[in-house]
Design a protein around this ligand. Structure first.
Ligand code: C2E
Ligand code: MG
Ligand code: MG
Ligand code: MG
Length: 280
């Protein structure tokens, strides 16, 4: 119940799990989510939620954009309910273009107010792999007038499993523009660590599962410590995800003063407008 409350709070309250329970078959349910989601994008039912990322002294150094679906009948729906379905087709590209477009508009507003916040946006592997992704991104930067050095793209290790040459070439072009790359859920994928030596990676995000277990579990603690050493030696930033308790925060801060933290302990994901108001 506690977990459900956390989730509801993280979603901004009023969220439902309609899609999982209502339909008899998963296939039929996926089909309906897909067609409803297609409409949702064009009818502007998606919302940007933003979760702060803080440095050791609890100063906000950036924020992650987390999409939600404000459904007219079902309330607020979390991405776990629709991103996996979207990822089965190019619907994830449409969704991703919407999220990136809105995120760059938001970043532009922040930059216009001289806010040095870094905005992190989740990017799906399928979207990154699109042939025109780099050109599309360049056009978006032009159109919104952002300074791209305030933008971080969160990717996952799945991107490095094949077609690595193409991935490297694209990452290099975007890096030259000033964009940062962050590896989300770091340590949970199946790719080799070798890619870190060859790719422009600026940040690692320690997966929530390690953060949760580290204070008590020695092996999880060892993993967190190792990630911190790798990042420090390679001059990357590190973000700890899913920090919920003081014990977790103490563990992390006792191992690194540079670490950036993100989690319910510091702030739930909130509508982008709320964050903008707080910054005023
Ligand atoms: P993620 O990128 O790893 O995001 C972190 C997730 O952890 C978010 O879930 C966030 O709300 C949740 N979280 C943050 N702090 C805590 C905490 O202290 N405790 C716990 N238990 N959870 C915490 P959310 O918003 O439900 O998003 C789930 C996943 O959906 C994201 O995982 C990301 O993979 C995907 N996603 C979200 N927005 C987008 C998007 O715009 N595009 C794409 N492609 N994927 C997205
Ligand atoms: Mg993320
Ligand atoms: Mg993550
Ligand atoms: Mg994730």
């Amino acid at each position: 119940a506690n977990m459900a409350l956390h989730q509801a709070k993280a979603a901004g309250g009023n969220q439902t799990l309609f899609f999982e329970t209502d339909m008899g078959s998963v296939a039929a349910s996926n089909f309906r989510v897909e067609s409803e989601l297609r409409q949702a994008i064009s009818q502007e039912q998606l919302r940007l939620y933003i979760q702060p990322q803080v440095s050791q002294n609890r100063q906000i150094r950036g924020a992650e954009v987390l999409v939600r679906w404000q459904h007219p009948q079902r309330g607020l729906i979390l991405p776990g309910q629709f991103i996996p379905v979207a990822e089965e087709s190019d619907l994830i590209v449409e969704l991703g273009e919407w999220v990136l477009g809105e995120s760059c508009k938001l970043l532009r507003q922040l930059q216009d107010r001289q806010q040095q916040l870094r905005l992190s946006v989740n990017l799906s592997v399928r979207h990154f792999r699109k042939r025109n992704f780099v050109d599309w991104m360049k056009a978006l930067i032009q159109e919104t007038g952002i300074d791209p050095s305030g933008l971080t793209l969160e990717i996952t290790e799945g991107l490095f499993i094949d077609n690595l040459e193409d991935v490297i070439a694209k990452m290099n072009v975007l890096t030259e523009l000033g964009i940062w790359f962050s590896i989300d859920d770091f340590g949970t994928g199946y790719s080799s660590l070798a890619y870190l030596a060859n790719l422009p990676v600026h940040e690692l995000k320690i997966d929530q599962s390690f953060v949760r277990r580290a204070p008590e579990d020695e092996r999880a603690a060892a993993l967190v410590e190792t990630i911190l050493v790798v990042a420090s030696r390679m001059q990357m930033d590190v973000v700890a995800e899913g920090v919920e308790t003081e014990a977790q925060a103490d563990f992390l801060l006792s191992h690194s003063t540079q670490i950036i933290s993100q989690g319910y302990l510091y702030g739930y994901p909130q509508p982008a407008e709320v964050l903008m108001d707080q910054l005023n």
